[in-house]
Design a protein around this ligand. Structure first.
Ligand code: HEC
Length: 179
């Protein structure tokens, strides 16, 4: 009778039923769990899956690189998406240096002539890859300042967006805001 009432209570309160010590037996193993501990550095000479390796040593060396990816509408659109994820927090949704932190950290406007006319595509790619003075890197292995979040092609898509889509996007947002 007593046993039956325990079962009945457990059925009414599934959260309690799952809290028995044996409910988590399978989880508590010596294996490493997701997010546990420090992620190991990439082995030397690793390259992204399905990607091409970064072959230049620093931003200076990337200055004269030519962009291997055509600025097609598909590439620009991929670049726009990546830009919103990785760059907009500091540089603004359309690169106008108008995000809440832009001014605080000194993120520059990417739609002005300094970036659009003076900086080469290779330099932009190098800036994304190796970072700048304050800006973090997006293409270096762990252990250096920044991350390895964007593969070589993705960095060129962002460059294509900066040079071929960002100015128009920014103008559209400012006209919309003025209305
Ligand atoms: C954490 C904030 C932050 C993020 C995120 C960020 N930037 Fe920057 N970026 C800056 C700051 C600050 C500067 C100006 C100071 C410097 O050069 O470090 C800058 C400078 C630049 C420059 C000018 C470099 C030069 O030679 O003067 C370019 C181009 C640029 N960023 C592009 C990007 C792109 C593209 C992304 C996304 C992949 C990005 N930034 C993400 C903060 C950021």
């Amino acid at each position: 009778m007593r046993f039956k009432s325990i079962i009945a209570t457990a059925m009414m309160m599934p959260a309690v039923a799952l809290a028995w010590p044996w409910s988590t037996d399978m989880m508590n193993q010596p294996s490493i769990k997701p997010q546990e501990g420090r992620m190991l550095d990439f082995p030397a000479r690793s390259i992204p899956v399905g990607g091409i390796p970064t072959t230049v040593a620093d931003r200076e060396a990337s200055k004269g690189m030519s962009n291997p990816i055509e600025a097609s509408s598909e590439s620009i659109s991929k670049g726009r998406t990546l830009f919103k994820i990785y760059c907009a927090a500091c540089h603004g949704m359309t690169g106008g240096a108008d995000s809440p932190v832009s001014g605080k950290i000194g993120a520059i406007a990417l739609n002005d002539s300094y970036v659009q006319e003076n900086l080469t595509e290779g330099w932009l790619w190098g800036t994304i890859t190796f970072g700048s003075y304050v800006m973090p890197a997006y293409g270096v292995p762990q252990g250096k300042r920044g991350s390895n979040d964007l593969n070589v092609e993705e960095r060129w898509h962002v460059v294509n967006y900066i040079k071929n889509g960002l100015v128009k996007d920014h103008a559209a947002t400012t006209t919309a805001a003025a209305k």
